[in-house]
Every structure is written in structure tokens, then in C-alpha cells.
Design a protein around this ligand. Structure first.
Ligand SMILES: C[S@@+](CC[C@H](N)C(=O)[O-])C[C@H]1O[C@@H](n2cnc3c(N)ncnc32)[C@H](O)[C@@H]1O
Length: 265
């Protein structure tokens, strides 16, 4: 960690409060990781109003990755405007339960309104931090998350908390941004690039190492994509020395991944 936690939380919260107020997308001034929300299979999104489907700030499809079953309890880390929670609630049905946690009050308000619009009663949104989850220990069957853990200034704490709240045998199914090599120090120090899902991304091997160290097993990480426009948007506010570290290197280093892991039974 090269930045202290408080300014990162503050910058990230302001960034996403602004995004949702303008209903613009996540990772920068242009549309986010999902310009027309092409992250999910089309038939998955037909169950929600189009404006709810397009208020996505993610970088993948944790719903398909999670293979949810009726009756399960699901926790979404950094639930944003609630799209993944809504899709999860539809999958687990009335016997199941979905909890979304997010630190940005404006996101919580929008997510609650969106869930109400689709008339879901098995989903709730709690204000809180991933590093100190407002969730009881060993109560969750599946944790999902979409483009959020990279934003945390203390990822090890996030994995510790995720492990704590999962029931034995529980599954973690996450879409997130990781890197295949170190990012330049100038990028890592940029708070705006952090809020844009770039500067906080760590190397895949370090991400796996943190998961292992808290007790996760059967860890699998598969690259998906991360487009150049999103990286450009995330780096737009910072001075970037192309001679010292060509942007091409950033494009090559950073990618979205689908990640699964389990808490031993
Ligand atoms: C890139 S958006 C993703 C939102 C949602 N998962 C989606 O796919 O649309 C990141 C979200 O995570 C929340 N967030 C970031 N860091 C957090 C933290 N440490 N604790 C709680 N929420 C956090 C932000 O407030 C924001 O709503």
C-alpha cells in the first residue's frame, strides 16, 4: 500500500457519489468498464429495467461466475446501484436472501430504489466498509463482488472479512482488476487513477497470496479484458510521463479477471 486508507476511501466515495448523481459510469468521464453493459449475457439482463441494467460500474459478470442456487444467502461487496444484488435476488428466490454493502450513501439510496422498482423483498442494502463488514460471522453462502476490491486500500483486511462472514464451504465469486506486473509509482500515487480502478490494482500473484494467507482454498483466477478507453479515462486527470513508462505498458499490465475461491468446509 503506497497511499494511506482515509484519503483513498474519501476520494473513492466522492468519485462514485458523483457518478451516481450524474448516473454516469464508473471508471472515468466516459462510460465505464461496461459502456452498453455488454458484461452479462443478454438474457440475464432482460429481467430488469434497462436503466437499472445500464447503471453498472462493474468489470465482469460475478452472477454467472457464482452459479447461484435457490435459498442461498449472498453478500455483494461494494454493491453500487444494486444491479448484481437484484440479479442475485432473482436467482436465489424468496427462500434466499441478498445483502449489498457499500460505503457510498448515494449508492445505497439508488440501490434501494432500484430493488423496490423490481419489487424484490429478499434484498437489503447496508451502509459500511469492506474492511469491517456489517455482517455476522459464518452466515453467507456466496460472496460476489464486481470491480471493487481493487479500490480498497487494505485488501488483506477485505479478504479477512470475506473469510469471516462466509459459512464453511462458502464460495467467493469476484470480478476484479489485477495486473500482470508492477504499475509505475506515479500511477499508484494518483488518487484519481485509484478511483478509476487502475492505481489500486495489484499483481494477480499478490491477490492470490492475500486470499491464501487468510485461509481461502481452490483459488482460480482467469483473465477477461480491460479496455484501453477505460484505462485512458482513469488516467485522464494525471500527468503521465510517457517516456518513463509508456502507456502501452499499462494497457498490457492491467486486466479484468474472474476469480473464485472457497472457505474450507
Ligand atoms: C466500481 S463501483 C462498482 C459497483 C458495483 N459493484 C457495480 O458493479 O456496479 C465501486 C463501488 O464500491 C464501493 N466501494 C469502494 N470501496 C469500498 C470500500 N472499501 N467499502 C465499501 N464500499 C466500497 C463504491 O462506493 C462503489 O459503489
Amino acid at each position: 500500500m503506497t497511499q494511506s486508507p482515509a484519503p483513498i476511501h474519501e476520494t473513492v466515495r466522492e468519485h462514485y457519489a458523483e457518478r451516481i448523481k450524474n448516473s454516469a459510469s464508473c471508471c472515468g468521464p466516459s462510460d465505464c468498464c461496461a459502456p452498453e453493459n455488454n458484461l452479462y449475457p443478454i438474457d440475464l439482463l432482460t429481467t430488469v429495467p434497462s436503466d437499472v441494467a445500464s447503471t453498472s460500474y462493474g468489470c465482469g459478470d460475478p452472477i454467472t461466475l457464482a452459479s447461484l442456487k435457490p435459498g442461498q444467502t449472498v453478500l455483494d461487496l461494494g454493491s453500487g446501484a444494486g444491479l448484481d444484488c437484484i440479479l442475485a435476488a432473482q436467482k436465489v428466490g424468496e427462500e434466499g436472501h441478498v445483502i449489498g454493502v457499500d460505503m457510498t450513501p448515494e449508492m445505497i439510496v439508488r440501490a434501494q430504489a432500484n430493488a423496490k422498482r423490481v419489487n424484490l423483498k429478499n434484498v437489503e442494502f447496508r451502509h459500511g466498509y469492506l474492511e469491517s463488514l456489517p455482517v455476522e460471522s459464518s452466515t453467507v453462502d456466496v460472496i460476489i463482488s464486481n470491480c471493487v476490491i481493487n479500490l480498497s486500500p487494505d485488501k488483506e483486511k477485505v479478504f479477512n472479512e470475506a473469510f469471516r462472514v462466509l459459512a464453511p464451504g462458502g464460495k467467493l465469486a469476484v470480478s476484479d482488476i489485477v495486473t500482470s506486473g508492477p504499475l509505475p509509482e506515479a500511477v499508484k500515487q494518483s488518487l484519481s487513477a485509484w478511483a478509476g480502478c487502475v492505481a489500486g490494482a495489484v499483481q494477480a500473484e499478490d491477490y492470490i497470496g492475500m486470499m491464501k494467507s487468510v485461509g481461502f482454498t481452490d483459488i482460480d483466477i482467469k483473465p477477461v479484458f480491460f479496455d484501453r478507453e477505460t484505462v485512458d479515462a482513469a488516467l485522464a486527470d494525471m500527468e503521465f510521463d510517457v517516456t518513463e513508462y509508456p502507456r502501452e505498458e499499462v494497457y498490457k499490465a492491467i486486466y479484468s479477471a474472474k476469480i473464485t475461491a472457497y472457505k474450507p468446509a
